[in-house]
Design a protein around this ligand. Sequence first.
Ligand SMILES: Cc1cc2nc3c(=O)[nH]c(=O)nc-3n(C[C@H](O)[C@H](O)[C@H](O)COP(=O)(O)OP(=O)(O)OC[C@H]3O[C@@H](n4cnc5c(N)ncnc54)[C@H](O)[C@@H]3O)c2cc1C
Length: 409
Amino acid sequence: MPLNSVLIAGGGPAGLALAQYLKKNNVPFRIVEKANESRLQGYSVSLHFGIPYIEQALGPERMVGFEEKVSVNHTKDTGFATVTSDGEILIQSRGTPTIVGTGVRANRNRLRQALLDGLDLETGVEITGVDISGDKVLAKSNKGEIIADLVIGADGLNSAVRKSIMGDMVDELTVVTLSGSRDISAEQHEAFVKYSPTHVMMHGKKLPGEEGVPNIFYSVNDVSKDNKIFNIRWILSWDRTLIYKDIPESNAELHDLAHRMVSRFPDPFKSLVQETDPTTKLWLGKVCQYMPDPNWNGQGKVTLIGDALHAMTPYRGEGLNHAMIDVVRLGEQLVKAHRDEISIGVAVTAYEAEAIPRGQRAVKASYDSAYQLHHGFSWLFTRMTKLVGLALYYTGSIPFLQLFFPKTH
Ligand SMILES: Cc1cc2nc3c(=O)[nH]c(=O)nc-3n(C[C@H](O)[C@H](O)[C@H](O)COP(=O)(O)OP(=O)(O)OC[C@H]3O[C@@H](n4cnc5c(N)ncnc54)[C@H](O)[C@@H]3O)c2cc1C
């Protein structure tokens, strides 16, 4: 029996890309989104191993000029670097860091537009839970009940779809972020270009008596048409059980904390933060994760993709890339079910058999990166990273990088 009613709950990157995949393959679906306007997780995002999967969702024609269309600086010019607090480059890649090729630093809004193009997204519809006791799934929403053959929770970290079946099991880690966004001139941006044209992370130095280090991340979000104004975001992050344990609440006190923390970094990072307008709203973020549960059982009537299935820390820049793999792996199975080659239950089981262990690997690796980065590197580790970084720079890709940066997909 062909699939008559697939409901995608959540119009983030995962839900939208899946909708595109199903549309391209003539599988009927509805996609609902709780927000009336887009609320984006972060401002910009590194796309790398997920790009070929986006291409499978959108089709090759719509990928023409994709990089220029979505990139933060409207060009293919991208790169990433990690540097010590002395300004020494450890790893620098031409193209976004990846062991499988180069990528793009994407502006979230433009990526969203590319994924939304041509879709009928029903906004203002919040799914509050699912009932799988009958033959079909009953999805409850603020706009009434929706009956579907299959509900796909693409509703992010705090997935209501997942919670209604599994309960709430999101882990709040002890790594926290403090970030601000501001405009800078092209001349100010130029000081960062020696590291990367788009985004760079500087590792803080461990001070005597301290057990952890802060890091600062610089990322371009957007560039004005005349290339004179760069909108950027800076993110300070640390393990609050090791350093800067007392975190204030007011915006003025958060600015003060950011000033103190960044005083251990050199320019241009220091002045980037210290010269942020003191009235700018700063965001304090708690890094969270959700480890896919092997006991998940949506009875072949409910499944999960993206952060709803596997939310990971951002320290490997992989969450959205994995979401794109989910989209294609699930999409392939649903096309077979729609053609009546397999049942929906078999399709979902086949998808989950691949996605759950892959998600577990990714969540674990991103967790490890989060803590390694904030506990500080030993001298030996720093030297080895530098060697690996040089090899990466000159070869573009080295298989043994995986010894340090295990592949998760
Ligand atoms: C600071 C930061 C930096 C990051 N950097 C990178 C990076 O460089 N590379 C990378 O690959 N990943 C990165 N990530 C991870 C990436 O943002 C996520 O993996 C990605 O957004 C997941 O997409 P998603 O569609 O699954 O979930 P989301 O982006 O969370 O989208 C979920 C959507 O569902 C909607 N929704 C929620 N609940 C409901 C409901 N009950 N009913 C209906 N709709 C609902 C939400 O409004 C939202 O639109 C980063 C994350 C953060 C926080």
